[in-house]
Design a binder for this molecule. Structure first.
Ligand code: ATP
Ligand code: MG
Length: 204
């Protein structure tokens, strides 16, 4: 939880994701956004059942949760929340944000961190207006990609360029299935956890 530092409101980053597995792209994005927006903490929130990924078989929630804990354990400003794992049914961002606001209190400023492509879909999300009432949205993009304002509400959305990390969880899974290394794409503990649990050996 946030260490109260007396002055001003606390600033909290919320990084939702399937984290199947968590990789250095996620960690660098969280670190960059935390630096840029002077966040006190970033909470990683592994999704329960992501409604966008209904067709793909997602790894067990506990495996994704533990990998997220392992990857973030060494950073005192990173934490992991179970809100989406403990809520039954598919995960919607509005529920995540409502739960986080309830836990951290209404005076906490929330920055929801997401990929720029996911951000472009925000307007199609359920309860878009309430989302913008609860949180500021930060869309991460890679160098070379054009930063395009997808016509989102003024002052409620920022785009930030993350150092070149063309890493995705899909590619990590495909590499494991093909017997290729994922060292240095993910933290060492994640390579070891994937091996220990035998994750991703079957092509998805
Ligand atoms: P998949 O390949 O299965 O879609 P992913 O790598 O996109 O997985 P998610 O768990 O879906 O990982 O991503 C969580 C959030 O992190 C998303 O908002 C996504 O856009 C963002 N993200 C993923 N990879 C990167 C990266 N390399 N740099 C910055 N942000 C990223
Ligand atoms: Mg993705």
């Amino acid at each position: 939880m946030l260490a109260p530092d007396g002055e001003g409101s606390r600033r909290l980053g919320v990084m939702g994701g399937t984290f199947d597995p968590i990789h250095h792209g996620h960690l660098v994005a969280a670190s960059e956004v935390a630096h840029h927006f002077k966040l006190d903490e970033v909470v990683f929130v592994p999704t329960g059942r992501p409604w966008q990924k209904a067709r793909r078989k997602v790894s067990a929630a506990e495996d994704r949760y533990l990998m997220t804990v392992i990857a973030t354990a060494s950073n005192p400003r990173f934490s992991v929340s179970r809100v989406d794992l403990d809520r039954p049914g598919p995960t919607y961002t509005i529920d995540t944000l409502r739960d986080i606001r309830r836990i951290y209190g209404p005076e906490t400023e929330i920055y929801f961190i997401t990929g720029a492509d996911a951000l472009a879909q925000i307007l199609s999300w359920r309860n878009a207006d309430e989302l913008f009432d609860i949180a500021h949205f930060v869309g991460c993009t890679r160098p070379g990609h054009k930063l395009r304002d997808p016509g989102l509400p003024e002052g409620k959305v920022s785009l930030i360029e993350i150092p070149a990390l063309a890493i995705s969880s899909s590619e990590c899974r495909q590499r494991v299935a093909a017997g290729e290394p994922i060292w240095y794409l993910v933290p060492d503990g994640i390579v070891q956890y994937i091996n220990k649990r035998g994750l991703y050996r079957e092509p998805s």
